[in-house]
Design a protein around this ligand. Structure first.
Ligand SMILES: Cc1cc2nc3c(=O)[nH]c(=O)nc-3n(C[C@H](O)[C@H](O)[C@H](O)COP(=O)(O)OP(=O)(O)OC[C@H]3O[C@@H](n4cnc5c(N)ncnc54)[C@H](O)[C@@H]3O)c2cc1C
Length: 435
C-alpha cells in the first residue's frame, strides 16, 4: 500500500464555459476553433507555454495522413505553408516550426470567444455522478476551477479521462508495451545535390546500389550506430538544406510515469549527438550538417487509449470500414507501429490501409457523461491507433468533436444522446466531406 495523505482546500471558480478543451495540440486547437465558430464560449487549457502540441513543442513533422476534403486540416496545412503534404510524406515537407507557433496562435486568437489558458495544467476533474462538469487547473498563480457544459479531452495522454475514471488501455496485446518515445530534431547544412531524403520504412531510396535503410542497418551491425537507431528517417522541410530527423528512440517508456521522463529525455538528447556524428561521417551530402533545433519535450507516440462506445480496430482501418455514425471520413495512413521492443518497425510487412471512417462512438468514453475525447487518445486498439494518430486525422477528429460539443452545449443535450445525423448534416453544410 502506497503512503497517502488527504489533501483538500477551497479554490476559486474562474469561469463557466460552454466547452472546455483540455490540451492544445492538433486535435485540441481544432476542437476549440470549431466550437467557437459555432458560437460556443470556449476555454482552451494547455500545460505548455505554447500551443500546437507535437506540431510545435514536439517538433514533429511533416503533417501526415489524409482525410476527406473540407476539414480544418486543409485550412491548417494551407496556413502552415505545406498544402502539398500527401498521405505518407512522399511529396510533403515538414512545416517551419517557428512560423507554426505564431500561425497557430493567430488561428486561435481570431476566435473572439476562446479564452486560452497557457502554462495551465489540468490536475483534476469535477464530477457530478458520471458527468464531468469542470476541471481543476494548476497554474503558477494558484489552483483554480473552470466549469463547463461539455469537456473535451485532447491531452493526447487522456489526462481528463483517466482522472474521471474512464476505462483505459495501454500498449499492445500480450506485454502492454507501447511505441517508443522519440525526440525529433532539425539539421541544416545538407548539400541538396547529394543529400538523400528518406521518408521512412516504406522508402526504397538508394545510396549507390544499396537501399539507404539497409546501408544504415549494415553500419549499425558493424557498430557505427546503436542498432535501435538504424531506421534513419530524413524528411525534407520547407527550407532547402534542412532535414527533419525522426530517428532517436527509446523503448519501454510509459510517459504517464512521471519518474521516468527525465532519464528518457537525456538519453534521446545523447542520441541526437550520435546521429549527427553518424550522418556527418557516413552519409554523402551530410558532411557539414548540424543540429539546429529539437523538440522542447520528448515526443510521445502512444500512451493511454480511452475505451469508448466503439473501439476502432486494426481490421477496421485496413479494410476501410464505414459507419453510419461516421464523423471523420476517409482517414488514411499506414499502420505505423514503431517497434515497441527494438529497432525499426514492429511488423515485417507495411500495413497499408484503405481510407476508413471513424465513428462518433469512438469519442465517447464508456460510462462517463459530458466528456469527449479527441486526438491520439480516442477509443481504438494498439494497431488502429498506429494509423489514426497522425496529425491530419487528429485535426479532423478535433473539428468533429468541437462541432458536436457546441451542439450539446447549445441544446443542453448530453453527447451520448446527440442526434448524430444532425451533426453530420451540420458538418456537411460547412463543407466537410462525410461520404
Ligand atoms: C516522434 C513522433 C513522430 C511523429 N511523426 C509524425 C509525423 O511525421 N506526422 C504526423 O502527422 N504525425 C506524427 N506523429 C504523431 C502526432 O504527432 C501525434 O499523434 C499528434 O500530434 C496527436 O495530436 P493530439 O492533439 O492528440 O496530441 P498532442 O499533439 O500530443 O497534443 C496534446 C496537447 O495536450 C497538452 N496536455 C497534455 N496534458 C495536459 C494537461 N494535464 N493539462 C493541459 N494540457 C495538457 C500537451 O501539452 C499538448 O499540447 C509523431 C509523433 C511522435 C511522438
Amino acid at each position: 500500500m502506497k503512503e497517502q495523505i488527504l489533501y483538500s482546500r477551497k479554490i476559486d471558480v474562474r469561469g463557466h464555459y460552454d466547452i472546455i478543451v483540455a490540451g492544445a495540440g492538433p486535435a485540441g486547437i481544432c476542437a476549440a476553433v470549431a466550437a467557437a465558430r459555432e458560437g460556443a464560449k470556449v476555454a482552451l487549457v494547455e500545460r505548455y507555454g505554447i500551443i500546437g502540441g507535437n506540431l510545435t513543442a514536439g517538433y514533429v513533422g511533416p503533417i501526415l495522413g489524409m482525410t476527406g476534403r473540407g476539414t480544418m486540416r486543409d485550412e491548417l496545412v494551407r496556413l502552415l505553408g505545406v498544402p502539398d503534404n500527401d498521405m505518407i510524406g512522399r511529396t510533403g515537407k515538414a512545416h517551419d516550426f517557428e512560423n507554426a507557433k505564431i500561425v497557430l496562435e493567430e488561428f486561435v486568437a481570431r476566435e473572439k470567444n476562446i479564452d486560452v489558458f497557457l502554462q495551465c495544467s489540468v490536475s483534476d476533474v469535477i464530477k457530478d455522478g458520471p458527468s464531468v462538469c469542470g476541471l481543476i487547473i494548476a497554474s503558477n498563480e494558484s489552483l483554480f476551477a473552470l466549469t463547463s457544459a461539455v469537456t473535451v479531452d485532447a491531452t493526447g495522454d487522456a489526462v481528463v479521462s483517466a482522472l474521471a475514471g474512464a476505462e483505459i488501455a495501454k500498449g499492445r496485446d500480450g506485454d502492454g508495451l507501447m511505441q517508443p518515445v522519440t525526440l525529433e530534431f532539425t539539421i541544416d547544412g545538407v548539400d541538396e545535390d547529394r543529400g538523400i531524403i528518406c521518408i521512412g520504412d516504406v522508402d526504397d531510396v538508394k545510396l549507390g546500389d544499396e537501399r539507404f535503410l539497409d546501408y544504415c542497418k549494415r553500419l549499425a551491425d558493424e557498430g557505427a550506430l546503436p542498432e535501435d537507431l538504424a531506421a534513419v528517417r530524413l524528411h525534407p522541410t520547407t527550407v532547402p538544406g534542412q532535414r527533419q530527423v525522426n530517428t532517436t528512440q527509446l523503448c519501454g517508456v510509459d510517459i504517464t510515469d512521471a519518474g521516468g521522463i527525465f532519464k528518457a529525455d537525456l538519453e534521446l538528447r545523447r542520441q541526437i549527438r550520435l546521429l549527427v556524428d553518424f550522418l556527418r561521417k557516413y552519409v554523402p551530402g551530410y558532411e557539414n550538417c548540424r543540429c539546429v533545433a529539437s523538440g522542447a519535450t520528448t515526443g510521445v507516440r502512444e500512451s493511454r487509449r480511452v475505451m469508448g462506445d466503439y473501439v476502432l480496430t486494426g481490421e477496421d482501418v485496413q479494410s476501410g470500414a464505414r459507419f453510419e455514425d461516421a464523423v471523420v471520413h476517409d482517414a488514411e495512413f499506414i499502420v505505423d507501429i514503431h517497434n515497441p521492443s527494438g529497432a525499426g518497425q514492429a511488423e515485417a510487412k507495411i500495413g497499408w490501409c484503405k481510407p476508413y471512417d471513424i465513428p462518433y462512438r469512438c469519442f465517447l468514453p464508456r460510462g462517463i457523461e459530458n466528456l469527449y475525447v479527441a486526438g491520439r487518445c480516442i477509443s481504438g486498439t494498439h494497431r488502429a491507433h498506429a494509423s489514426y494518430r497522425v496529425m491530419s486525422v487528429c485535426m479532423a477528429m478535433g473539428e468533429a468533436v468541437g462541432i458536436a460539443a457546441s451542439m450539446c452545449a447549445d441544446t443542453g443535450c448530453s453527447p451520448r444522446k446527440l442526434d448524430v445525423a444532425a451533426l453530420q448534416d451540420r458538418m456537411e453544410k460547412k463543407g466537410v466531406e462525410l461520404k
